[in-house]
Write a protein that binds this ligand. Sequence first.
Ligand SMILES: C[S@@+](CC[C@H](N)C(=O)[O-])C[C@H]1O[C@@H](n2cnc3c(N)ncnc32)[C@H](O)[C@@H]1O
Length: 336
Amino acid sequence: MSQPEMSRMHEDRLVIHNLVKRDPLADFAEDVRRGLAANPKYLFPKYLYDELGSQLFEAICLLPEYYLTRAENEILSRYAGEIVGAIAMPNTLIEMGSGSASKTRLIIETLLRDQSELLFVPVDISASALERSSRILLQSYPRLWIEAFAAEYFDGLAELAKKQRGRTLALFLGSNISNFEPEEARAFLRAMRSVLRAGDALLLGADLKKDKHILEAAYNDTLGVTAAFSRNLLVRINRALDADFDLPAFRHRAVFNETASRIEICVESLQPQKVAIRKLDMEVELGEGELIHTENSYKYDLAGIAALASQTGFVCGRTWLDSQNRFSSNLLLAEG
Ligand SMILES: C[S@@+](CC[C@H](N)C(=O)[O-])C[C@H]1O[C@@H](n2cnc3c(N)ncnc32)[C@H](O)[C@@H]1O
């Protein structure tokens, strides 16, 4: 079969809805203006995932220090059968923040073993990652259909809530939940719950609290890929908003805050400096050592996950851990 025929064949099984606002730059510009005028300064983590940021995240997943992906992969490789077997034959698989959907393959393969077709519904703010991963999956699995949403989580969930689906397993992997503040995490799970019907379930991947040195190493790799991922946000602002952030004048910082149980990630200004953001008609002044907060990564314990589930309309079903007890995969059941 020729290449054009192959891709036409895949087109029949792929629908991509783009819900990213008609003028995405307007939201980005407004959020950057607010965040850099605030005290302390901040930028939202969702903006880390432009095309390059999504690729840098894929590289992070391969780093020796970033144990999260390997641990979750180990759990899914070992227990996909048990996970899928815990709910009655889902014919729809939703995934929020799917990225490359590499680990998802383990669940897809397990589901396709027992049924003729499967509908995969990935939702991700990174349209480039979504399109790339969808096309790769369709090539691998001729019995897979994909309805993808390029969307922010809450917009995607609002859209998903409009349509009834068959028995559904939803995935929220990679400890994406860690980027939410506690109240946001509850709002997300409530919105997720309203998309699911009794008998459906959500598999929630959550990184666990552990030794500070292991945690800090995971976000301060020696190759500097995580630093590039963080500072790429400044590159994005330079490109999209005609700014002049001087990259060597900033460094990446990731520190574990024991009290709040979270890794706090910032870029730090190494000297007093002024940055012009011409499209915002704005000048940002930074002192030496001043931080721009870009991301938190909350670390959970199993009691915290059970509490989250019960506060948001789920019943905590089984939990699977990797062999070093670093990461948890939690099946939250939508009941009654
Ligand atoms: C940490 S990566 C994890 C990717 C994948 N789930 C994994 O486990 O490897 C987070 C993913 O969520 C997406 N994402 C981040 N913030 C988002 C938001 N607010 N709405 C929708 N997707 C988001 C990113 O584009 C990225 O693909």
